[in-house]
Design a protein around this ligand. Structure first.
Ligand code: PMP
Ligand code: GLN
Length: 383
């Protein structure tokens, strides 16, 4: 294995899901729903296959999906992207993130990432031969946030890009307008590209609002905006994502994407185009349902004795394990199947400074109510 990839082993999600299967534990680790997306969307995928949409689609994506993504951006956020030249369909957000980083970073360039970070970010930066500059999210008033001075200090002469994920995995933070403005200011002042991962854009709770960074002044022209169907429509296995960006940036990402995978699977694209247009009510119901699941899991984890950080979005809740008398989340995560028959994710693996995430465990609540209830009942035995 090349040197720049040697720090990477199997992903924590693969490891923990394997542990759940081997031990017969309830898997609140890897974030995937245990129910299906909108039935008519599933029908559309079957129809696309039966209808013969089984050969290479156009490299940038099928026109119906590019148009639906463009319309969606316009309707939800007032952002205009030309479906021909400013929208690209990718193999999930994961490919989009890797292609974006590979497209804008020279070897030795620096990329600012907020830690804890989604694991594919660090690997994408390493693949590009670039260097990550972590800015730590710390708990303040019950939510993870960053210090704008620390963010500004992370930018140096070689800094090329900042990777922004809101709603944020694994903390559940939804960045406020003020936080986004601090990021935008830095991007404008230092001429940085923003790569935004917005896969949880529709999964925000209570009065939290998802604000795309590209909507802030001076940001559309420098932002590579990424999302995917997996979370919005409960089809994480479809791996259908997209990029919206001004033409020069989109062309750069497409240049890389065409040699990573050439194009993305065809049948899902028509089904997702349909869902973006027609399943808005389903998504709203899903959001409300997830909020109730969040509340159910938060209450259960509090009862079980964890210190719980109520998330404003995503599938995930962070817990502090110290009130239960534990100290190291990695150690507890590995023992949790035996202690309670539950699997969770040790948050510290998403840090360059693992000590800063040592006390946290991440639990996923994108599961059926009875699964959450059973997990919570088991976790009560930890007290
Ligand atoms: N970004 C974040 C923050 C995620 O949590 C995930 C995965 N679930 C992805 C990207 C990957 O999305 P996709 O499955 O569309 O590649
Ligand atoms: N995004 C999911 C999570 O954070 C997992 C995706 C994966 O397995 N790579 O749990």
């Amino acid at each position: 294995l090349v040197r720049r990839m040697r720090e990477f082993g199997p992903t924590v999600f693969a490891t923990m899901t394997k542990l759940a299967v081997e031990t017969g534990s309830i898997n609140l680790g890897q974030g995937f729903p245990d129910t299906d997306g909108p039935p008519r969307m599933l029908d559309r995928a079957v129809e696309a296959i039966r209808g013969g949409l089984n050969q290479y689609p156009p490299g940038p994506g099928v026109p119906e999906l590019r148009q639906a993504v463009s319309d969606h951006r316009k309707q939800w956020y007032g952002l205009a992207y030309d479906p021909d030249g400013e929208v690209l369909v990718t193999v999930g957000a994961t490919e989009a993130i890797a292609a974006a980083v590979l497209a804008v970073c020279e070897p030795g360039d620096e990329v600012i990432v907020f830690e804890p970070f989604y694991d594919s970010y660090t690997a994408a930066v390493a693949l590009a031969g670039a260097v990550r500059r972590p800015v730590t999210l710390r708990v303040d008033a019950g939510r993870f946030t960053f210090d704008p001075a620390e963010l500004a200090a992370a930018a140096g002469p070689r800094t090329r890009a900042v990777l922004v994920n809101s709603p944020h995995n694994p903390t559940g933070t939804v960045f406020t307008r003020e936080e986004l403005e601090a990021i935008a200011r830095l991007c404008r002042e230092r001429d940085l590209v923003a790569i935004t991962d917005e896969v949880y854009e529709h999964l925000v709770f209570d009065d939290a609002e998802h604000i795309p960074l590209a909507t802030l002044p001076g940001m559309r022209e420098r932002t590579i905006m990424i999302s995917s169907a997996g979370k919005s429509f409960s089809v994480t296995g479809w791996k259908t994502g997209w990029v919206c960006a001004p033409e020069p940036l989109l062309r750069a990402v497409q240049t890389v994407k065409q040699f990573l995978t050439f194009t993305s699977s065809a049948p899902w694209q028509l089904a997702v185009a349909y869902a973006l247009r027609e399943e808005t009510a389903w998504v709203a119901g899903q959001r409300a349902g997830l909020q109730a699941k969040r509340d159910r899991l938060v209450a259960g984890l509090e009862e079980a004795g964890f210190g719980v950080l109520r998330p404003a979005g995503t599938y995930f809740v962070q817990t502090d394990i110290r009130p239960l008398g534990f100290d190291d989340g990695l150690d507890l995560a590995m023992r949790l199947p035996e202690l309670a028959g539950v699997v969770a994710i040790p948050t510290q693996v998403f840090y360059d400074h693992p000590s800063r995430g040592r006390h946290y465990l991440r639990f996923a609540f994108c599961k059926r109510d009875e699964v959450i209830e059973e997990a919570v009942a088991r976790l009560r035995s930890l007290r």
